[in-house]
Design a protein around this ligand. Structure first.
Ligand code: BLA
Length: 499
């Protein structure tokens, strides 16, 4: 049931809702003729244009803005055209983005407090410097939550980070003190379905000024129903998501993508308990700040990976010669097992060479190690790693507590010769926000409804160890190759000596 519903979530065509959120207005013009051929929202009432179909764009925004609109580059970024005052004294921000054959002109309530560019730029610079001055990713995210809250004025601002399985976790939060906290809460992947995540890599900011709105349909109805609105700021939002926010007790939402290396690393998720929008200029600042944040995250992740690689290289250098030594293992390597364990931050290690076995620290019993090593070697690959051994090798359930994680390097399949590292099971209490196993329930009429409960849900994940990093797995492989190479060199030297 979960599977069916989650794929249904992934399939909802959110880019063609056929409607906008009614706080704004939309005109769609043919890119060649600049005549308006679709519209949404109260064009008649707010722009005083009863008869809008096939009128030139300049009738609505003037010749100068229409000329600027015509020059908009194709793509999601778009241009800010300016601010207009309607006959009804409403001040509207006008922006445009272009596709191959259409211009999308959007009107939104103008920001009440437009800051001068110099002020905004200096704020951005100051925030970027603060980002740079943090010591690690956690501190960086804490500062980011505060900055985005100050910038947007939302009641609760969170840094939401995607994990390997596309579920996510709130890693930092700044909120009004009287509100509940979502810090450290875990949310299933289906809360932000795949097509939404793909859209959010391409266009970085979205806003829902109020969840209680009546969608304004695109007109005329025929072709408008299939119009791709991927990059419209006013795009009407999935009703499932609106219900989700309602269940969360949220009235207005905005989110900003954090994209590193073309991948959605996370989101800045903003909640407000009263209606609140994010005007065009504030969205631009959010985008710039999110790009600065993403750069800092990437730089820090790269620095951490580099440091880890250096550590691994230094530790393994001293071990190569020891591991390559001939003779019984207890004579050759017994004094170095702790070092070997430290190298991969493991709880225990073992080396098996033929019928000789040596082990130290936490891990399976010797007989169990021999059987496991034979199974690993039988897979025919020189390296192996898992953070949940019993799922692949059921016999390991018996020693789950001592070794749920295993990394191994196979130096010889024939002897066999293996180095194994073990990690104990980690007992982790995951705070799921709502029961993830009931994430999409069918409503009375069979339609999908998001989880109705945001009660915190705790779950203990059994049979899992801390996962092995790519740097650790690679280092294990490099260590094995270096040992084999050292041994080969000695053999050649030995042979030369004897000849
Ligand atoms: C969209 N879901 C979203 C968005 C967020 C979340 C941030 C982006 C839209 C926005 O800015 O509001 C999820 N919001 C969260 C999470 C937190 C938060 C995890 O504040 C944590 C603090 N949602 C479901 C289920 C479905 C679903 C079961 O829970 C599908 C059946 C759908 N979520 C869904 C859809 C969208 C969405 C379709 C896209 C909305 C759109 O852009 O039209």
């Amino acid at each position: 049931m979960d599977l069916i519903n989650i794929t249904a979530c992934d399939r909802e065509p959110i880019h063609i809702p056929g409607a906008i959120q009614p706080h704004g207005l939309l005109l769609v013009a043919d890119r060649a003729s600049l005549s308006v051929n679709m519209a949404a929202g109260d064009i008649e009432g707010r722009l005083g244009a009863g008869d809008w179909l096939f009128r030139p764009l300049s009738d609505f925004i003037g010749v100068a803005l229409a000329a600027r609109a015509a020059g908009a580059p194709e793509g999601p970024a778009g241009l800010f055209l300016g601010r207009i005052e309607t006959a009804g004294a409403e001040r509207l921000d006008v922006s445009v983005h272009a596709t191959a054959d259409a211009l999308f002109v959007e009107f939104e309530p103008a920001s009440t407090d437009p800051s001068p560019a110099a002020f905004v730029l200096s704020e951005l610079e100051a925030a970027t410097t603060e980002f740079q001055n943090t010591d690690n990713i956690q501190e960086l995210c804490d500062v980011a939550a505060k900055k985005f809250r100050a910038l947007t004025g939302f009641d609760r601002v969170m840094v939401y980070r995607f994990l390997d399985d596309e579920s996510g976790r709130v890693v930092a939060e700044s909120r009004r003190e009287d509100l509940g906290s979502f810090l450290h809460h875990h949310f299933p992947a289906s809360d932000i379905p795949r097509q939404a995540r793909a859209l959010y890599v391409r266009n970085l900011v979205r806003t829902i000024p109020t969840i209680d709105y009546q969608a304004a349909p695109l007109r005329p109805p025929g072709p408008a129903a299939a119009l791709d609105m991927s990059d419209c700021a006013l795009r009407s939002v999935s009703p499932i998501h609106l219900q989700y926010l309602r269940n969360m007790g949220v009235c207005a939402s905005a989110s900003v993508s954090i994209v590193t290396g073309g991948r959605l690393w996370g989101l800045i998720a903003c909640h407000n308990m009263q209606p609140l929008g994010l005007p065009h200029d504030a969205r631009s600042v959010c985008r710039a700040l999110a790009v600065a944040l993403a750069q800092q995250i990437k730089a820090r992740e790269e620095r951490e990976t580099y440091r880890e690689q250096m550590r691994l290289t230094n530790l393994s250098a001293g071990l190569v010669e020891v591991l390559a030594r001939e003779g019984p293992l207890h004579e050759a390597v017994s004094n170095h097992l702790a070092e070997l364990a430290r190298m991969l931050r493991s709880d225990g290690v073992a080396i098996l060479r033929g019928s000789d076995l040596i082990a130290s620290g936490e891990g399976p019993k010797n007989q169990e190690i021999s059987a496991l090593a034979r199974w690993i070697a039988s897979r025919g690959k020189t390296s192996f790693s898992t953070d949940r051994l019993a799922q692949l090798y059921p016999e390991a359930a018996a020693y789950r507590a001592r070794a749920s994680g295993v990394a191994a390097a196979v130096l010889s399949f024939e002897e066999p010769w293996l180095i194994l590292w073990f990690r104990a099971e980690k007992i982790e209490i995951v705070k799921w926000a709502g029961n993830p196993h009931k994430d999409a329930q069918a409503g009375a009429a069979g339609e999908l409804t998001p989880r109705a409960s945001f009660e915190m849900w705790s779950e203990t994940v059994l049979g899992r160890a801390r996962d092995w990093s790519l740097a650790e797995i690679e280092a294990a492989g490099r260590l094995a190759s270096a040992v084999l190479e050292a041994r080969q060199n000695w053999r050649v030297r030995d042979l030369n000596r004897r000849l």
